[in-house]
Design a binder for this molecule. Structure first.
Ligand SMILES: [Zn+2]
Length: 276
């Protein structure tokens, strides 16, 4: 068993949007911003090697629309295939692509464009792609409030190629990796539970994107169902604190991972920060 993070780039997110109803005086003490209130977020993916399986969890915003996404002022962007090559992994060797959800900043490298005819192809042609059925359906028929986050181009070519495996419930997909569903940020989001020799690592996706979001009531304005987010976060955090699991924060530019401490009922905080 081996896990390794890959960061495919950073972008600017409005701090007010990231922390919803939390006043700036409170959130700025936990997460820095610039004079325009912009917080720097990373896009963290994870490689998991489990026996002869090589799994990729999330894959960033991709490179198909650099200009369309200018609002987010992307910087330090990395080519995912080059990052994999540095680790001696070819796209063909990836056996599983796990997409926590289908928001554009999590699944952009799932497909790539053929320069000659603009057709879209799977970037990882031999991989089973794990997505929840609920998320797939919403991506195809989104609420107006969420529609700007989805691009069907990131998943339709996968379905056509017969590489899409839709999850209806939690599932164990390899000896040491299981997937569970958490709603709130968006319905049917996947969190990956990875059993390592020392502890379970949880790739939390946007259920808890930053260490600052460990407080259950600190909920992003991007969350579609904040009351659900609150309860789903507590469900994740109760177990993490009790079992000494480590949460991996996919967007936190400063903290990749931490264990969780329960302070009192409904109150949690990051305990020990870990590097990966
Ligand atoms: Zn999201």
């Amino acid at each position: 068993m081996q896990i390794e993070t890959i960061e495919t780039g950073c972008f600017n997110a409005d701090g007010g949007a990231m922390f919803g109803a939390v006043p700036k005086d409170a959130w700025m003490r936990r997460y820095p911003c610039n004079e325009a209130n912009a917080c720097i977020l990373t896009m963290r993916s994870l490689i998991v090697k489990d026996g002869n399986r090589i799994m990729l969890i999330d894959n960033g915003a991709g490179n198909k629309h650099p200009r369309l996404m200018s609002y987010y002022k992307f910087f330090d962007t990395k080519d995912l295939k080059e990052e994999l090559a540095l680790r001696n992994i070819s796209p063909e060797q990836i056996t599983d692509v796990i997409l926590t959800h289908l928001h554009f900043d999590h699944c952009g490298y799932t497909t790539e464009k053929d320069e000659t005819d603009d057709s879209l192809h799977p970037t990882f042609p031999n991989a089973t792609h794990w997505v929840s059925r609920q998320q797939y359906d919403i991506c195809n028929s989104p609420h107006p409030l969420e529609k700007d986050s989805f691009r069907t181009e990131n998943i339709e070519a996968i379905k056509r190629a017969g590489l899409l495996h839709m999850l209806d419930t939690a599932a164990t997909i390899s000896p040491h990796v299981s997937l569970r569903l958490f709603s709130g940020h968006t319905p049917g989001q996947i969190a990956a539970y990875i059993l390592m020799p020392d502890r379970v690592y949880v790739f939390a996706g946007d259920v808890i994107p930053l260490a600052a979001h460990v407080s259950p009531e600190w909920i992003s304005a991007y969350d579609m169902f904040p009351q659900t987010s609150y309860h789903e976060k507590i469900r994740m955090l109760e177990e993490a604190a009790a079992e000494r699991q480590a949460l991996i924060y996919c967007h936190d530019a400063y903290h990749a991972c931490s264990t969780i401490k329960k302070i009192r009922a409904g109150q949690f905080k990051p305990d020990t920060f870990l590097s990966l």
